[in-house]
Design a protein around this ligand. Structure first.
Ligand code: DP6
Length: 370
């Protein structure tokens, strides 16, 4: 039954014959990163999440990608080059090749063109901040711009939905980066329109407390990831606590609905911090096991808890699959929390580096030239 539903929906993303033909062109999109409140950790082929997740879209942390394309004679293979900040990046090619293979059925023009992908991030590549969400969403949007030129009938809503669908096939969390300010990915009965195939804007009321929320990212460890997210997700397959974890994520997402509506910051903190620690607990209890937090991650967490005790601030933390700490707080606490971060937390950051970000509203098209 579920499989039928999935198949039927997948068909919707396979385009009918294109009306127009284009020789060459170029599109530029910029797309932000996002930070999950309820975490996606565990997936099945093809990039189907084991549980629904929800994230805040970020604003300053973003990737800008220009995709130039020109028609080629041979149509046997994918043909592309990729540049980061102007430097050719052979090391990025396998990930893009895998992405192209996964999306080829949905973008039949992929083998007709040679592509030049020029990408840059607003944050340093070595910051330990994953660029896959922002990068894959920006690239997917550029590809959708080509599809729209080949077939103008593509509606704005479908454009974003299919870009999210494609981004998911590049990197799961990327499908939550196209819009803002809160996006859900993964089917959940309590969230209208939610799907395993693409992200949807959170459809319910959100209290003023959560508008313009801040995220200061403390760069504790800028090194290469110890474990790639794909390896990490796969460790959930034979994980002893997998079922409980997936159920817990579903419950946490449902619990967030009244919390977001009523602006209940204390209840929000409990869910968000528990999700972060559960994500790391899953890594610590998988086989093989990993500890991705560093001593300074724990120092920061303890400082945040002590500050909350002392001041009744509603600051909290969340973590990705790494040692960096995302410090989340309402906009009206900005002055007070900035002082605290400078005085007490920056000392635990590598070279004192951190990034001040806030909730944003998704991707933007920058140029359109042919
Ligand atoms: C811990 O989206 O990077 O950030 O689908 O394998 O590319 P792939 O994984 P990815 O996983 C992100 C996991 C997370 C939690 C989250 O963003 O929900």
């Amino acid at each position: 039954m579920f499989e039928d539903f999935l198949k039927m929906t997948l068909q919707d993303f396979i385009p009918k014959a294109y009306k127009n033909s284009i020789k060459k062109g170029s599109y530029t999109w910029s797309s932000p990163s996002n930070i999950a409140l309820v975490k996606y950790w565990g997936k099945r082929d093809p990039q189907i999440p084991e549980n629904p997740s929800i994230s805040f879209t970020l604003d300053h942390c973003k990737t800008t990608t220009t995709l130039s394309f020109s028609k080629k004679q041979e149509k046997n293979d994918f043909s592309f080059e990729i540049y980061l900040d102007g430097d050719k990046k052979e090391s990025f090619k396998p990930k893009i090749e895998t992405f192209f293979k996964r999306v080829a059925d949905y973008l039949p023009f992929l083998k007709d063109y040679h592509f030049v992908i020029e990408t840059s991030n607003s944050f340093p590549h070595s910051s330990g901040i994953a660029s896959s969400a922002s990068g894959m969403s920006a690239l997917s949007l550029c590809l959708m711009s080509i599809e729209k030129e080949l077939n103008e009938d593509v509606s704005d809503a479908f454009f974003i939905q299919k870009a999210s669908f494609l981004a998911r096939l590049g990197s799961g969390s990327a499908c939550r980066s196209l819009e803002g300010d809160l996006v859900v990915w993964g089917q959940h009965d309590a969230i209208n329109g939610s799907s395993d195939l693409y992200g949807v804007k959170y459809p319910f009321e959100v209290h003023e407390n959560f508008k313009n929320y801040r995220d200061t990212i403390l760069l504790v460890d800028k090194g290469e990831k110890q474990v790639s997210s794909t390896v990490g997700h796969n460790l959930m397959h034979d994980h002893p606590f997998a079922k409980e974890r997936f159920d817990q994520a579903k419950t946490n997402l449902e619990r967030l609905i009244p919390i977001l509506k009523e602006g209940d910051l204390e209840a929000f903190i409990k869910i968000v911090e528990s999700e972060a620690l559960t994500l790391h607990a899953m890594m610590m209890t998988s086989m093989p096991y990993f500890i991705l937090m560093k001593p300074n991650t724990l120092e920061i967490i303890n400082k945040i808890w002590a500050f909350r005790e002392k001041t009744d601030s509603k600051i909290c933390f969340t973590l990705d699959a790494g040692a960096n700490v995302h410090v989340l707080y309402p906009a009206y606490e900005s002055d007070q929390v900035s002082e605290f971060i400078k005085n007490e937390l920056v000392a635990f950051c590598q070279k004192g580096h951190y990034i001040s970000d806030r909730i944003g509203f998704g991707a933007n098209q920058l140029t359109m030239k042919n």
